[in-house]
Design a binder for this molecule. Structure first.
Ligand code: NIG
Ligand code: FE
Length: 426
């Protein structure tokens, strides 16, 4: 008698499990992907039941639904641990300004950048924002992302920051994507508080974050600690306040300048420090000691034309469990696809394809407080997987400009499928 399951995905040239052991992968283990050739995956009640060679798996299980990978590659659904998807308008004009020599800081000083997103968001309506968010979440799914960290940060007043988090909570209920929410009320100092920064800090620490916690609207708090944003002393106050409220900490650190932000993140035991283009060797050592995960965002360097990159190799050699994210936002990374981020990590950060896949799945998932084991395909893990029309995982760094995702399975249900029988680009 065969065991009954809900779904079998088979005829995969490779099932990349990213499995084995516990916790995130570090050092050489990031590069040692566990791969099942001619593989299949069985899912029941939203959880992975088995991953094996297809022949062996079919001997033990039968399914009410079968889905063929048609010789493609099966991966865990991508986990994107850093996004800003609640906004009202795009900012392609700034991308063009940078192409003409302007810098991100110039644009911010002129009242653009985050400030322009804040103006647009405050003027928008709940319905319009909700529709925009849903459409973006659909596209994340089409790109193979099944778990997402998402931040507020374009409201910068109590009402609008809470609205952004409410929209994310609502979307999490109705949308297939699972969302780990972060309050980024300390993204910038809003213009109406430009001459009284301290008053805004108190508003964040004494009013916004406590209400966020009371209403369960976010699991984490984040601060943009950098030149032109919050100083280390200001960020420390926000992060300490957030920590006291029981929030987990994430920090935008060492993106534009080295002002000690990654050291601050480590000293407070932050879950992640993100960007890290300007991190020093001491900063890397501090992250190791603190157990803080570096989240690297190569799409942002690309979009900002910063031709300097987070030292991914030194981090991996130091034993840090490097994670990758899109930083999807209207200003500095209008890139929803983790496939593209994996390619940029290989091309710009010097990571191997295997390391980048580990960073975009298992290691990313480990920084997110979502329930269950994610970012790997092994018995007991959440049944989130994707099928790619590429014959092996090495195509991920190699092939750009074509979305290879043909099907997305979320908790054992097919939530997106590409209707196109075209074979792989070979
Ligand atoms: O991660 N660096 C700060 N925050 C975002 C950019 C936000 C924006 O420019 O709208 C980032 O790159
Ligand atoms: Fe960001």
């Amino acid at each position: 008698m065969k065991e009954q399951v809900d779904l079998i995905v088979d005829e995969a040239s490779e099932v990349v499990t990213v499995g084995g052991g516990t916790g995130p992968l570090r050092g050489a283990a990031m590069d040692a992907l566990e791969i099942v050739p001619d593989g299949a995956v069985a899912v029941r009640d939203g959880e992975i039941v088995a991953v094996d060679r297809a022949e062996a798996l079919h001997e033990r299980y039968e399914a009410s639904r079968e889905l063929s990978a048609r010789g493609g590659t099966v991966l865990p659904g991508f986990c994107d641990p850093h996004t800003h998807p609640v906004f009202a308008t795009t900012r392609e004009g700034e991308f063009d300004l940078r192409a003409r020599g302007g810098t991100y800081q110039d644009i911010t000083r002129a009242g653009g950048g985050i400030f322009s997103s804040v103006r647009a968001l405050r003027e928008s309506s709940r319905d319009v924002l909700a529709r925009g968010l849903t459409d973006r979440l659909d596209r994340f799914i089409m790109c193979g992302t099944t778990s997402l960290e998402a931040k507020s940060g374009y409201g910068l007043d109590k009402e609008t920051e809470l609205l952004a988090l409410e929209l994310l909570a609502d979307a999490d209920h109705v949308h297939a994507l699972d969302i780990d929410r972060t309050c980024l009320a300390a993204h910038q100092v809003p213009p109406e508080f430009a001459d009284e920064r301290d008053a805004y800090l108190r508003l964040v620490i004494e009013e916004i974050l406590p209400e966020v916690v009371e209403r369960g609207l976010a699991r984490s708090a984040d601060v943009f600690c950098d030149e032109g944003a919050y100083s280390v002393d200001e960020a420390r106050r926000v992060l300490e306040g957030a920590k006291e409220l029981g929030l987990s900490l994430r920090v935008h650190a060492d993106e534009l300048a080295q002002i000690g932000a990654s050291g601050l993140a480590a000293s407070l035991g932050a879950q992640t420090a993100d960007h890290l283009v300007k991190i020093t060797d001491d900063g890397i050592a501090a992250l190791v000691d603190a157990g803080t995960t570096p989240v690297l965002l190569p799409g942002t360097c690309f979009s900002l034309r910063i031709r300097e990159y987070a030292p991914a190799r030194a981090m991996i050699e130091a034993g840090l469990p490097v994670a990758l994210a899109t930083d999807f936002n209207p200003g500095t990374s209008f890139i929803p696809s983790m496939v593209e981020i994996v390619a940029l990590a290989c091309g710009l950060l010097g990571m191997t394809v295997a390391e980048a896949i580990t960073a975009a799945t298992r290691n990313a998932a480990e920084t997110m407080g979502l329930p269950g084991v994610r970012g790997r395909l092994e018995p007991g893990a959440v049944g989130d997987l994707i099928i790619l029309d590429v014959p092996n995982h090495l195509f991920l760094g190699y092939q750009l400009g074509w979305n290879p995702v043909t099907a997305v399975v979320k908790r054992g249900g097919v939530v997106w499928q590409r209707h196109d029988d075209r074979p792989a680009l070979l």
